[in-house]
Ligand binder design. Structure first.
Ligand code: SPV
Ligand code: MN
Length: 633
């Protein structure tokens, strides 16, 4: 920076803020900040260090700026996103790609030069009248091989506040690393605002909502939106940058929970789990009696011949829909306490209490939500009922308020991964739990073939299967085939490779009745724990290894105090050959037509599975009982 620019920069920031930045010796950081202060033109700038005073400043600003309002319970606040800004915007989320780079037709992109021109046009003077918050964070635990430092520029105090709850502070890390910091950069502006209810302000110019991602400079631009999935840089935006970086460096960025499952000898085995949304990911991570490391994003690295994982985050941006005192005891208790929680897009009653769909108690007769004043039966512009709270309404809090937090959350070495779980929503094909034969078989048939059926909760036809490899499709910043190949290669050179499992909480009988209770997932976890510790046998089937009845019976009794009948077991674990073959055919077609760089081994493994299925079909028919599968595969 020349002297004139430097003087202008200092003037603009004020002495205090300038001093805070001056402690970080990184010219690239200063250039980035200056470029966007100059372009976006905020009324003022606040640099947030890790100090409690600065963190409190942001909390106060969120109230003062009318992005959050205080609720009856101490520590609780409400934030609204605009009625058309309630979820991730896939349409206008695009990679800026230089010519010659192709991510495949499944991944949204725009020519880099044109995209940058467009976004710079939108950013010009976008922060006039707003304060700009500059915050520093670490993805992953501090001072570890996993750490990625990040800087966030945003004119939303709600976004900065959310990040303070969700991520580890990183100012000290920036000071420590100085010029050596290889950091991700996020620039966000909520743009012009309009009032919605309780005096709260939401983004007005949704037509100019953009999330543009530049892999080359590791910068993400987000404009005219407030919803967390579009704005909280360190969440799904950083995930795309990290997937790209990981691919170059030989590690993995996954859309995965990380949790501990207790064994019988006071030991804990760690699992990671990928589930598309609405498939039970958070409720799995939150199972009472086990421990949670993270519920959404994990980095996995090979360390001295083992696979180790960390939670990229330290907080939870959880779906609140349906949370009640009976089924979600841990989250319920956290909400009852005087904890710092940001609720978004739920209903607020006159006495400033919270209500969301599925909460204990009656629906209030009136209140205020993301649509403004609300009463039961209120319609949107298309004549459809507006629910009291949005399906995607959320609550944001620091994981440390949970009773089941794992002691290794901040361990710089992460946790040793004993098993990987892939969970889809599937009404008629996969058994509730199954172990893959080996790493390659697991990555291909469980991970890469992950599908989720659409539910009544989303628009369109129910029961349509959506292809979502590793539940990571929305976030891939490398071609799909390359990503599958990276996953396959990651398993090589491991001393004792983790086992790979599939789970399916949604299998139904012919009449559409669910074959499992919500709590049964606890049993599948306990069985996986036995398997990774070599404490249970399994039955080999054409699609993988399934539990023996006697082991499940014992676990059901011990864990849930339930009598698990052989009849239930047979219904749940019958091999459904026509459905399994249809799945293989469906996925083979997808890999052939939609994923042009599918590794050849994918087709081989799927073909072999189909052959095994056809062979057993000849001798045993379409539906084969577990008993008949013993030694037949
Ligand atoms: C998801 O949709 O997978 C989430 C919420 O975890 S979001 O931040 O919107 O991605
Ligand atoms: Mn997620």
């Amino acid at each position: 920076m020349d002297q004139v620019t430097m003087n202008a920069f200092t003037d603009r920031l004020g002495t205090d803020n300038y001093q805070k930045l001056a402690r970080i010796n990184n010219p690239k950081l200063n250039q980035f900040i200056w470029k966007y202060v100059d372009l976006c033109n905020p009324a003022s700038v606040f640099v947030c260090t890790d100090s409690p005073r600065d963190i409190q400043y942001i909390r106060d600003a969120a109230i003062g700026n009318k992005e959050e309002a205080e609720l009856a319970k101490e520590g609780h606040t409400i934030h609204f996103d605009g009625i058309n800004d309630q979820a991730r915007d896939k349409k206008t989320t695009k990679f800026l790609l230089p010519s010659g780079v192709d991510l495949g037709s499944e991944i949204n992109s725009i020519d880099r030069e044109g995209g940058l021109k467009e976004i710079n046009g939108i950013l010009k003077d976008i922060m006039v009248g707003h304060e700009l918050y500059i915050s520093f964070y670490c993805l992953g635990p501090e001072n570890s091989e996993f750490t990625i430092p990040c800087v966030q520029l945003t004119d939303s105090s709600y976004v900065a506040h959310s990040e303070n709850l969700l991520y580890r502070q990183g100012y000290k890390e920036f000071v420590r690393l100085g010029e050596n910091a290889r950091f991700f950069k996020f620039l966000h502006s909520q743009g012009e605002l309009t009032e919605v209810g309780l005096g709260l302000l939401v983004s007005k110019n949704i037509d100019k909502r953009r999330v543009y991602m530049d892999l080359e400079d590791e910068i993400i631009y987000s404009t005219n939106t407030q919803y967390g999935g579009n704005t909280i840089g360190l969440k799904k935006l950083a995930m795309r940058l990290a997937i790209n970086r990981a691919s170059k460096e030989g590690w993995l960025t996954e859309h995965m929970l990380v949790m501990g499952v207790r064994g019988s000898k006071d030991n804990i085995s760690y699992f990671t789990g990928a589930f598309p949304s609405m498939c039970g990911k958070t409720s799995t991570a939150m199972i009472e009696g086990e421990t949670i490391v993270g519920d959404d994003i994990a980095y996995l690295r090979k360390v001295e011949g083992d696979i180790r994982a960390v939670n990229v985050e330290k907080g939870l941006f959880g779906i609140i829909d349906g949370i009640n005192s009976k089924d979600d005891t841990l989250q319920w208790k956290a909400i009852q306490g005087k904890n710092e929680i940001i609720f978004s897009n739920i209903l607020i009653t006159e006495d400033k209490k919270e209500y969301w769909n599925g909460k204990d108690g009656d629906i209030p007769a009136k209140g205020v939500n993301f649509s403004g004043d609300w009463h039961p039966g209120k319609k949107d512009k298309d004549g459809k009922d507006i629910p009291a709270s949005h399906k995607n309404a959320r609550f944001t809090f620091d994981l440390s308020i949970l009773e089941n937090i794992d002691q290794n959350l901040n361990n710089p070495n992460g946790v040793l991964v004993s098993g990987l779980i892939y969970g889809g929503r599937d009404s008629d094909t996969s058994v509730p739990v199954e172990e893959a034969f080996d790493w390659t078989h697991g990555i291909i048939t469980k991970g890469a073939c992950l599908e989720s059926e659409t539910t009544a909760a989303t628009l369109g036809k129910e029961g349509v299967r959506v292809f979502n490899p590793m539940s990571n499709l929305d976030f891939l910043s490398i071609p799909i085939g390359k990503y599958i190949d990276d996953n396959l290669k990651f398993g090589s050179g491991i001393k004792n490779p983790p086992k790979i499992f599939s789970v399916n909480y949604f299998i139904r009988d012919k009449n559409g009745k669910f074959l499992n209770h919500k709590n049964d997932k606890h049993i599948w976890l306990k069985w996986m724990e036995l398997r990774v510790n070599n404490e249970a046998d399994a039955i080999k089937t054409p699609t993988g290894m399934i539990p023996e009845y006697k082991d499940l019976k014992e676990l059901f009794k011990k864990v849930l105090n339930k009598n698990y009948t052989e009849e239930e077991y047979i219904k749940q674990f019958t091999l459904r050959i026509p459905e399994n073959i249809a799945k293989i055919d469906r996925l083979t077609e997808i890999f052939k037509t939609r994923v042009t760089d599918t590794p050849k081994i994918v087709f081989k493994v799927l073909d072999e599975q189909k052959e095994r299925l056809e062979k057993i079909r000849k001798s045993h028919g379409d539906y084969v009982l577990p008993e008949d599968l013993k030694n037949k595969a």
